[in-house]
Every structure is written in structure tokens, then in C-alpha cells.
Design a protein around this ligand. Structure first.
Ligand SMILES: Cc1cc2nc3c(=O)[nH]c(=O)nc-3n(C[C@H](O)[C@H](O)[C@H](O)COP(=O)(O)OP(=O)(O)OC[C@H]3O[C@@H](n4cnc5c(N)ncnc54)[C@H](O)[C@@H]3O)c2cc1C
Length: 361
């Protein structure tokens, strides 16, 4: 497989993804899209070479997410959650588990997802941890109890990368087999958009995880430990930017028929091109990583929302009819205000949206 993202095979994957029908309901799943992805070796892209993968760099994976999100947001979003699980496994010092799981994941024999938001962006206002991790001294492991509020594709996964907080405030992350006693994957919920990501909660009742299944910890703030790709990471901006670009590409078709609309498309395209450049620079380490990641996500959130709304307005009432791609773009753009959005990004977006005056990004 040619690793170059400019290769015809990658373009052909994107063409297929654009052409396939978009699953929209929580009882659907982008099966055909994943068949195409598997045929393009997509399960291997992000996995290290020593575990049988292709070892694409983080910068290459950002390009993948951006370009794929423009073609099929739901497929790409699910892929990011699966790859987030792979990343937590890859950075584990538990070498045996790392090697075994990644080998199975890259061959597509297993599917994994993350349920980690209760350690970063979700349930942070509660006094008690969403998932309690209790050390079981005699058995060499932990017991997990609580509720993982969000896990995309848990219904389709064999492995859930999730964590809990111990009585003394430390945290663990573990690779929990979804068929383990005490794990109940709740039915996926119908969402405003991206319902076919089959996102829902997972309840954990006296779930035993052995020390062999622990990926990280116990340690303070496990999500910042040996990290890469946490809440609001560059990957989330790549997804938002790609979704905006997909919207603008489709609006371009409208503009071909109605050239007077070009004046509204052009500034959004220019903004997208500038963000793409900033994303590339950030991925190459040419900017202050933490502040640029936040600033990019703020800007990408606003761009994806505005692009969808401008496209909808140009399609008029026809675009407001359920099933039109412009109304779907509006619904899907809202996702970025609530998914993997760190508090400072959310607050900045709230200020910008509530006063109608864009801040300098
Ligand atoms: C479609 C979708 C897919 C997702 N997929 C995943 C996934 O695969 N893995 C994953 O780990 N995460 C996932 N997430 C989670 C996501 O990244 C965020 O963590 C989540 O959207 C945060 O929303 P929340 O409702 O859980 O936030 P919370 O902060 O828990 O808010 C919930 C509710 O609590 C109340 N509340 C909030 N703050 C306060 C306060 N200070 N005082 C009083 N009440 C308060 C509000 O009523 C609020 O509506 C997903 C989210 C979505 C929407």
C-alpha cells in the first residue's frame, strides 16, 4: 500500500465515501464505508510498524482525518475514537498487552473505542467520580463501578479503553473487554446528528480488571500522562476543519449554478485555507502546541458552524427539508460545540456566539 495521501488510491477511497448513502439512525452503522476503509488498509494506518501497522505519523493522520471528514464525517469520527483507543494502548508501558491488542486491531479482528470523557470534559462538576476504581489487594487488579457517560461504537467494540478514579484521587486507564461480567453497553441514543456513530453510555458494576489489563496508572490526571490526543487535540480540529471543507465543497456546486453566491463562499474558503496551513504548522511543531491547539479548535468550531449555516441559507427552503445535505451539515456542525471541547475553548465559543463579535483568533 502506497502511504502517500496524494495517491490515486486515497482519492478513490474518498470518492467512494462521498458516494455511499449516509447512515443516519442509531440502529445503523457505516458498514459499507468501513468495508472500503479496511480494503484501503485503514485499520493499519495509525498502528506502529512493530505491531504490524503502517506507522503513519501524527501529521499524516491529521491529513487523513481532515480529508476523510470532508467525505464522510460519521465514518471519520468513529475512526478517531477507535484510533484514540489505539493511541492509549500504544503509549502503554504494558508491552505485552500493547503488542497483543494492536496486532489484533490492525488486522481488523477487534474493534476498540474510548470511554474517557468522564476523566476530562464530562461530569467534572460532580463531587464523586463517575467511575470508582477500587484496588483489590488479594486478586491483583481493580474493580470498576459507575457509569461511562459516552462511548462511540461501544456496541460494535470488543475493547473499551476506559478509566476510573481511586479513593485517593489517582486514576487508571484500562483495556476492558466489553464482554466482561458487569459491563453493560446501553443502547445507543438518537442524537441531533451522527446517530449512526452508535454513541451511548456503558455501565460498570463490580467489573474486575486485572493488573495485566491496566494501560496507565494509577497516577494523577491519567489523561495527561504519556499523552497525545486528549480533549481538544489537533485531531479534533482536523475533523472540524474537514467537515467545514466538505460543506464548502458542496456549496461550490450551488455557486456554479448561481455565481452571485460566490461572495459568500470565498471568505469561508479563504478562512479554511488559512486554518489548514495553521494546522499543518502546528502538526510540524512550528507553533506553541497547547495555545495553538486551543486557538485552532475555537476557530475551526466557528468555521464549521458558519459554513453550514451559510450553505443552508443559500439553499433556502429546499435545504431546510429533512434529508437535504445542507440541513444535515447544520445539525452535524453543532456536534463540535459539545464533543471533546475543553472548557477554555467552550467558553471562548460561548463568548463569541453570545455577543456576535468574533474574537481575534
Ligand atoms: C456524539 C458524541 C459522541 C461522543 N463520543 C465520545 C466517545 O467516544 N468517548 C468519550 O470519551 N467521549 C465521547 N463524547 C463525550 C464528549 O467528548 C464530551 O465529554 C461531552 O459531550 C460533554 O458533555 P456532557 O453532557 O457529558 O457534559 P457534563 O459537563 O457532564 O454536563 C452534563 C449536564 O450536567 C449539567 N452541568 C454541567 N456543568 C454543571 C455545573 N458546573 N453545575 C451544575 N450542573 C452542570 C448540565 O445540565 C449539563 O447539561 C461524545 C459526545 C458526543 C455528543
Amino acid at each position: 500500500m502506497n502511504a502517500g495521501l496524494d495517491s490515486p488510491w486515497f482519492d478513490s477511497l474518498l470518492t467512494d465515501l462521498r458516494a455511499l448513502p449516509v447512515p443516519e439512525r442509531a440502529d445503523q452503522w457505516p458498514e459499507l464505508q468501513f468495508e472500503r476503509l479496511a480494503a484501503a488498509d485503514g485499520w493499519r494506518w495509525n498502528i506502529p510498524v512493530d505491531c504490524g501497522g503502517l506507522g503513519w505519523s501524527p501529521a499524516e493522520m491529521l491529513q487523513v482525518y481532515r480529508r476523510m471528514a470532508a467525505a464522510s464525517l460519521v465514518t471519520t469520527f468513529i475512526l478517531t475514537q477507535r484510533n484514540a483507543a489505539c493511541q492509549r494502548i500504544e503509549t502503554s508501558e504494558n508491552r505485552l498487552l500493547r503488542w497483543r491488542l494492536l496486532e489484533e486491531l490492525c488486522e481488523g479482528r477487534q474493534f476498540a473505542t474510548v470511554g474517557i470523557s468522564h476523566l476530562t470534559t464530562s461530569r467534572q462538576h460532580l463531587n464523586t467520580p463517575a467511575v470508582l476504581a477500587t484496588r483489590l489487594p488479594d486478586t491483583g487488579g481493580f474493580q470498576l463501578d459507575g457509569n461511562v457517560p459516552w462511548a462511540t461504537g461501544a456496541t460494535r467494540s470488543q475493547i473499551l479503553v476506559t478509566g476510573g478514579t481511586t479513593g485517593d484521587g489517582l486514576q487508571i486507564l484500562a483495556a476492558v473487554p466489553v464482554d466482561r461480567a458487569g459491563v453493560t453497553v446501553q443502547p445507543p441514543v438518537e442524537l441531533m446528528g451522527l446517530s449512526a456513530s452508535q454513541t451511548g453510555s456503558v455501565s460498570l458494576k463490580s467489573v474486575f480488571v486485572s493488573d495485566d489489563e491496566i494501560l496507565h496508572g494509577p497516577v494523577a490526571k491519567v489523561m495527561s500522562y504519556r499523552s497525545g490526543g486528549g480533549a481538544g487535540s489537533l485531531g479534533t480540529s482536523a475533523l472540524a476543519l474537514g467537515a467545514a471543507e466538505g460543506t464548502l465543497n458542496q456549496m461550490q456546486d450551488e455557486v456554479r449554478r448561481r455565481p452571485e453566491l460566490q461572495q459568500y463562499l470565498a471568505p469561508l474558503q479563504a478562512e479554511a485555507a488559512e486554518l489548514a496551513l495553521r494546522l499543518e504548522r502546528a502538526a510540524a511543531g512550528q507553533s506553541d502546541a497547547a495555545s495553538e491547539a486551543e486557538s485552532l479548535r475555537r476557530a475551526a468550531n466557528l468555521l464549521v458552524i458558519r459554513s453550514a449555516q451559510v450553505w443552508l441559507a443559500t439553499t433556502k427552503g429546499a435545504g431546510y427539508v429533512a434529508g437535504h445535505p445542507a440541513e444535515r451539515a447544520v445539525r452535524e456542525s453543532m456536534f463540535f460545540l459539545v464533543w471533546s471541547c475543553p472548557q477554555p475553548v467552550l467558553e471562548a465559543n460561548l463568548r463569541e456566539l453570545s455577543c456576535g463579535r468574533p474574537e481575534v483568533f
